[in-house]
Design a protein around this ligand. Structure first.
Ligand SMILES: *Cc1c(COP(=O)(O)O)cnc(C)c1O
Length: 393
């Protein structure tokens, strides 16, 4: 057993790691809802101030509740260290900016989360950073995009509308050859189903708002990586930009982590069952879920992931927006909402993001994203079934 959680079982990490010395033998971790920490004397005060990252001084830096949560997530991701931050976007932004400067170039997968796409394509342009977007399904696409000033390759595998994967080990090997940093958004798989660091990826980011939080009641994010990289992020972007994780939010994540592996097993099972059910329906052209044998990158998915989460998309044959509107209004258990990762099932048609008078490519009109929650699978199938039946009327 070492610092990186190797040799520890999932339940040991989630239920025991770092929990031996709670006051009064409390089973639940204490919530240190405090902004400052005080010192016995001048000497201790002075010593602590020389190194913010390894001391409890002020909760914009470290906090014991936050640090316990970081330790567990780092162990789950096979990383030396993790840094919790206030949102998934804060994790993406800080991890990326820490290793970029004016004149640098980024290679980014084109199907990544919208705000990551915007970070490179718009925001960082102001600071003289250039980007090339690639489809990213083959390592050659990355190699062709690399320039002498490329400093970062940004990945999201699978991406969360198209569910396309990137070959992680070949991309990590390529990046190492050219001295390029790699970051992956691993929100979809969670560390239960995929550990990108094992393939040689440098940094893993998560929106903890999704499965790590798991109950649709918090916004949070986390960055995992080597001690060296996390220290750089802590001392620069984290302390400078101030995207602090609230101790209570972190305490909620600690509570949710207790059941992460159990919840993920059910999300996986329910997504597979719903995917198969939808593949059998006449209204459906295609289901996009990497762990279904029909998925074009199924073999790669089996190689990189131990399972899948609850989010997938379905492409209906219809190109009639009215039918999509009917279907969306007809479901009873699936809630109409953005995001995912909680206990509840959700529906988000692609076209809901556009006004009625805006053009949408015909093949995207029938695209619908579904989140399989933790409800009884037969009830979920029946609900989608009746809504699809209703759509044709
Ligand atoms: C939600 C999401 C994010 C952003 O996370 P926030 O916590 O909303 O800031 C980033 N990446 C993916 C894949 C997401 O689904």
């Amino acid at each position: 057993m070492n610092e990186m959680g190797e040799g520890r079982s999932i339940s040991e990490i989630l239920h025991h790691m770092g929990e031996n010395h709670f006051p009064e033998h409390s089973v639940a971790p204490p919530l240190f809802q405090t902004s400052i920490f005080c010192f016995e004397n001048f000497e201790e005060f002075q010593k602590a101030l020389q190194d913010e990252k390894d001391n409890y001084i002020y909760s914009r830096g470290n906090n014991p509740t936050v640090n316990l949560c970081e330790k567990k997530i780092a162990a789950l991701e096979h990383a030396e260290r993790a840094k919790l931050v206030s949102s998934g976007v804060a994790a993406i932004t800080q991890a990326s900016m820490a290793f970029l400067k004016e004149g640098d170039h980024v290679v980014c997968v084109d199907s990544v989360y919208g705000w990551a796409h915007k970070l490179f394509g718009q925001y960082l342009k102001r600071f003289g950073v250039e980007v090339t977007y690639v489809e990213g399904i083959r390592v050659e696409q990355f190699e062709e995009a690399i320039r002498p000033n490329t400093r970062l390759i940004y990945l999201e595998s699978p991406a969360t509308f198209t569910f396309t994967l990137q070959p992680l080990r070949p991309v990590a090997d390529l990046a190492k050859k050219y001295g390029i940093k790699t970051i992956i958004d691993n929100t979809w798989s969670t560390p239960i189903f995929q550990n990108p660091i094992d393939f040689g990826i440098d940094l893993v980011v998560h929106s903890a708002t999704k499965y790590l939080g798991g109950s649709s009641d918090l916004i949070g994010g986390v960055i995992c990586g080597s001690k060296e990289d996390i220290d750089v992020i802590f001392n620069q972007e984290f302390m400078q930009l101030g995207p602090v994780p609230d101790p209570f939010m972190t305490w909620q994540i600690l509570r949710s982590l207790r059941t992460l592996h159990i919840r993920m097993a059910v999300h996986y099972q329910n997504a597979l069952e719903l995917g198969k059910f939808l593949e059998g329906r006449p209204e459906v052209r295609k289901v996009n879920y990497p762990l279904l044998p029909s998925f074009p990158q199924y073999e790669l998915a089996k190689k990189q992931m131990r399972g899948g989460s609850g989010l997938f998309s379905v492409e209906l044959k219809t190109t009639d927006r009215e039918q999509i509107r009917k279907l969306t209004n007809q479901v009873k258990l699936f809630k109409r909402a953005v995001s995912w990762g909680g206990y509840e099932s959700l529906i988000e048609p692609y076209i809901v993001m556009f006004r009625d008078d805006q053009e949408v490519p015909a093949e995207r009109i029938g695209l619908i994203r579904l989140h399989a929650g933790l409800e009884e699978i037969e009830e979920l199938k029946a609900d989608l079934g009746q809504a699809l039946d209703h759509m044709k009327q």
